[in-house]
Design a protein around this ligand. Structure first.
Ligand code: M6R
Length: 601
């Protein structure tokens, strides 16, 4: 939540900061602001609203070769101009942008006020420039003042600061992501790589405790003890094109349409001679595993359900726990427990906390993530990547598909090692048919009737999604997507649960989307029960599934192995949600109150 960027070079930074902020808006879009340092003081422009609003408010362009920027998802204080970042000290000499939460800001603010500091906002962040300013009076130099300031903070932060009269950017991280981008002529710091991917793919993922000083021709990193450190330089293999909207009206539509490519990348090199191989997980990695706990939130939780069901059917003791409930809901853990954190961003606070708790309890950990260098990837004992490429739309689409496929493969890998497991009887057929999945997704996208269906139903009272087995996780995911971007009431249920309560809500104005994948006994029966109460039934299944004939409307998916059928059904549901949201004129890529990367608990 919140995106920060900093840039230092020899030419003007303003355009770079603004375009970087646009690429970070998926992290929050309540307000935006930049500050530049141009030899005549630190200049700040900020406002509530999106980066576009900031651009329009820049009547007189700011100029400066050094600058910082911020796009906000509000935690402390409403989304007003005053609460927008950057924040400054009383004299306006130090400007700071921050992603994270400062837990001890109340007491720090009270102490600073007593010493004469004046505050303008409700934010926790504002204490930081005041602290830096105060320490500058006694410290050897600003770098030491920044270090003292961050040592005073409790909580999580990635910060970047500029100071009047100094050709430098200071930055520090603890618990919030921060990446350094290295170009020939300029340096960047940002919450995520897409902020500067147009300029460079050479990056350094900073560690907690790192403090960075950027100058126009050099950078210096010191660790928490103040010792200079060399962090490895990585090359990011994302194409700048991947991070843009291209010919599409929305990122979400682009990301739905690029699923065939994303899935091909996910699969590439991981199935050989009828067996699954992950470079990072050689044979024997899981021999000692007795229990697997999947932890995740939102869409990733639904993908985790998918993987958990497959692993369970291979005879491995498996739990899937909502990360935010891990503390109280997870079963016992010991050193034979593997906790698998499923997280697109690798930065979701609830998921990270669940892994930390499991680790303290003695589990080993594996991160399944999309983002190389993310906190989950760095903190877990092992990491594998879903290779979906950057996802910018707040609604997760291609990453769900890539997560589910990665997890399906992972379950095969685990089952091959665990002595008591019984790999799926038809795993060879399943793995063979995986090769066709990208093409089948392409077929769904090319032939879908989702837009017409959305037109027919987009004014309904409520929307229900049902499925059982693997279809259950798809039903939950379909409902989450629908409510998230249409703002209409939508709920997903295990098909058999309808009659235990939700059926009371069913009317002719509540379409029921029934997902059938081929291994589901009850879904048709349960759908017909809803139909008998007047609900229009939309079957999402292969043409020859009995549900297709029984339903009022049918969204067709190609014939495939039942393990992959749910993912094709999910693409149909993604498209229904997208078109319904479009007809309702919703801000599809930036739904209200949400952010893509949820870095607060
Ligand atoms: O980055 P993560 O996968 O950990 O994010 C988890 C959820 O916040 C995320 O999947 C959220 O539910 C999506 N925006 C839903 O489309």
């Amino acid at each position: 939540m919140c995106g920060i960027i900093a840039r230092i070079g020899h030419d003007d930074a303003t355009e770079t900061l603004l375009s970087g902020l646009e690429n970070l808006e998926y992290r929050g879009y309540d307000s935006a602001g930049i500050a530049v340092q141009n030899g005549s003081g630190v200049k700040v422009r900020k406002c509530s609203g999106e980066v576009d609003d900031l651009k329009s408010s820049l009547e007189h362009q700011l100029h400066g070769n050094i600058g910082i920027g911020h796009t906000r998802w509000s935690t402390h204080g409403p989304p007003t101009d005053e609460n927008a970042h950057p924040h400054t000290d009383t004299a306006g000499d130090v400007a700071v942008v921050h992603n994270g939460v400062i837990d001890n800001y109340d007491e720090l603010r009270a102490e600073l006020c007593e010493r004469g500091h004046e505050f303008d906002s409700d934010t926790d962040t504002e204490v930081i420039p005041h602290l830096i300013d105060e320490y500058r009076a006694t410290a050897d130099d600003t770098e030491h003042a920044v270090r003292q300031a961050v040592e005073t903070l409790e909580g999580s932060y990635a910060i970047a600061a500029i100071v009047d009269g100094e050709e430098r950017v200071y930055a520090a991280r603890n618990g919030s992501p921060l990446v350094l981008g290295l170009d020939d002529e300029e340096w960047f710091l940002a919450s995520d790589v897409p902020a500067f991917l147009d300029y460079t793919d050479e990056v350094i993922y900073l560690e907690d405790g790192d403090l960075v000083v950027l100058e126009p021709d050099s950078y210096r990193i010191t660790d928490a003890d103040g010792t200079p450190v060399d962090r490895p330089v990585d090359t990011v293999d994302w194409d700048p094109e991947d991070a843009g909207k291209g010919e599409y009206d929305h990122y979400m539509l682009k990301e739905i349409h690029t699923q065939p490519t994303a899935l091909s990348n996910t699969i590439e090199g991981r199935v050989e001679d009828g067996a699954v191989a992950f470079d990072a997980l050689p044979s024997g990695t899981f021999t000692d595993v007795e229990t697997v706990q999947f932890v995740a939130c939102g869409t990733s939780y639904h993908a985790a359900m998918y993987g958990a069901q497959l692993l369970r059917s291979a005879g491995v003791r498996t739990e899937v726990v909502r990360a935010s409930e891990y503390e109280t809901m997870a079963g016992p853990v010991d050193d034979d427990t593997l906790v698998v954190a499923v997280t697109q961003s690798g930065e979701t606070a609830d998921t990270l906390q669940a892994v930390r708790t499991a680790t303290e309890r003695g589990a080993r950990s594996l991160a399944v993530t999309n983002v190389v260098g993310s906190t989950a990837a760095r903190e877990a004992d092992d990491a594998i990547y879903i290779r979906a490429g950057p996802e910018v739309g707040v609604a997760a689409t291609k990453t769900f598909s890539s997560q589910a496929v990665t997890l399906a493969l992972l379950t095969q890998r685990i089952a091959a090692d665990v002595p008591t497991a019984t790999p799926l009887a038809d795993s060879e057929t399943m793995l063979e048919s995986l090769a066709d999945l990208p093409e089948h997704v392409e077929t769904v996208i090319e032939t879908t009737d989702a837009e017409a269906l959305a037109r027919e139903f987009h004014n309904s009272d409520s929307y229900f999604f049902i499925g059982n087995g693997l279809g259950h996780s798809v039903a939950l995911e379909g409902a989450l997507k629908f409510k998230e971007i249409t703002y209409e009431h939508a709920e997903g249920f295990a098909a058999g649960e309808l009659k235990h309560g939700p059926l009371a809500l069913v009317t002719p104005e509540t379409p029921v989307f029934a997902v059938a994948t081929g291994d589901d006994g009850k879904t048709k029966t349960n759908a017909i029960e809803a139909q008998a109460r007047g609900a229009p039934i939309v079957a999402v299944c292969p043409d020859d599934h009995p549900l297709a004939d029984a339903a009022d409307t049918h969204l067709s998916i190609p014939e495939t192995h039942p393990v992959w059928a749910g993912l094709l059904a999910n693409v149909q549901l993604q498209l229904v949600s997208y078109h319904a949201a479009d007809l309702l004129d919703r801000p599809i890529d930036k739904p209200r109150n949400l952010a893509k990367s949820v870095t607060v608990e």
